[in-house]
Design a protein around this ligand. Structure first.
Ligand code: PEP
Ligand code: MN
Length: 301
């Protein structure tokens, strides 16, 4: 990692802490970014924002510009989606994270978003990385699905070199021969990247596995591996999600359960919780989650 002048661990023994709207990545806290794959409607994003907040989520995520495999699939609500996301998140006191896919869109997305996401397909889009670097908005930089750790860290270097020190890395799984899972979540990347850089690293077990049943075990494993936070897809009605990512999305009750388990686990790795409102989840909120399972669960709260 000789060439990573700014991102290299050699340039700083101290870990970088990235602040996003009162949430801190890389310190003793453990911020959880949660929300749907895409903004669909005002009602959808508002309901999920409330649920995520009540369960103790720290930042709200959702895409307004979706990089889809097929041009015929839902592409996102674009600027209208940005406005709906920011309104829903800020109304419940959560900063928002959303993907930017083109360099010329960075100023627009940065006007709405507290944190810019660079997705796996764009990790090597160097003009986009430079534009994100110029914007100075904190950036969540996902690992390219076929990228080595060195390529990923050098992508972060582009953003740092353009003047933006606020980069959080996100391991989201890589392509392997295995196809039972959507990707192979490389949890060894977490401690490895911490040896190589001083930047915070979070884990996305949703895209990392593609399967709802694997999200919780991999989220807990990410805590154990030393991650600085998580990104989890949450939808109030995953079966009716407008993108294919419903299969990997938790409903609101499942997300609340996950948060309870994470919270119990954090002290063992020296992390503290940062979710003062976690106890405010109510049976009503869980019941409003559309799935039958969520409604049944609500009776236990
Ligand atoms: C997403 O976060 O919805 C997304 C498209 O992620 P990735 O770039 O990791 O596929
Ligand atoms: Mn998604």
């Amino acid at each position: 990692m000789q060439r990573a002048r700014l991102a290299s661990r050699k340039s700083s023994v101290q870990n970088t802490v990235v602040e996003v709207g009162g949430q801190y990545f890389g310190g003793a806290a453990f911020p959880v970014i949660a929300g749907p794959c895409a903004v669909e409607t005002q009602e959808q994003i508002a309901l999920i924002a409330e649920g995520v907040r009540a369960a103790g989520g720290g930042l709200l995520r959702a895409g307004a510009y979706k990089p889809r495999t097929s041009p015929y699939d839902f592409q996102g609500l674009a600027q209208e989606g940005l406005a709906l996301l920011t309104e829903a998140g800020h109304r419940v006191g959560m900063p928002v994270v959303t993907e930017v896919v083109a360099p010329e869109q960075v100023p627009l997305v940065a006007r709405y978003a507290d944190m810019l996401q660079v997705g796996t397909r764009n990790m090597g889009n160097y003009e986009l990385l430079k534009a994100v670097g110029r914007s100075r908005r904190p950036c969540l930089l996902k690992r390219g699905m076929s990228s080595t750790l060195e390529e990923w860290v050098m992508a972060a270097e582009y953003i740092l070199a353009a003047g933006n020190p606020n980069v959080v890395l996100c391991e989201r799984g890589i392509r392997t021969f295995e196809n039972y899972t959507r990707n192979t979540l490389d949890l060894s990347a977490v401690p490895a990247v911490k040896e190589l850089t001083h930047l915070p690293v979070v884990v996305d077990p949703s895209h990392g596995t593609g399967r709802r049943s694997l999200v919780k075990p991999m989220a807990l494993a990410a805590v154990a591996a030393g991650a600085d936070g998580l990104m989890v897809e949450v939808h109030h009605d995953p079966e009716r999600s407008w993108t294919g990512d419903g299969k990997q999305s938790l409903d609101i009750a499942q997300f609340a359960e996950l948060m309870v388990e994470i919270r119990a686990f954090l002290p063992t790795v020296g992390k503290t919780r940062q979710d003062a409102v976690a106890e405010s989840i109510t049976p009503e909120l869980v019941t409003r989650s559309a799935s039958g399972r969520a409604a049944a669960k609500a009776t236990h709260w």
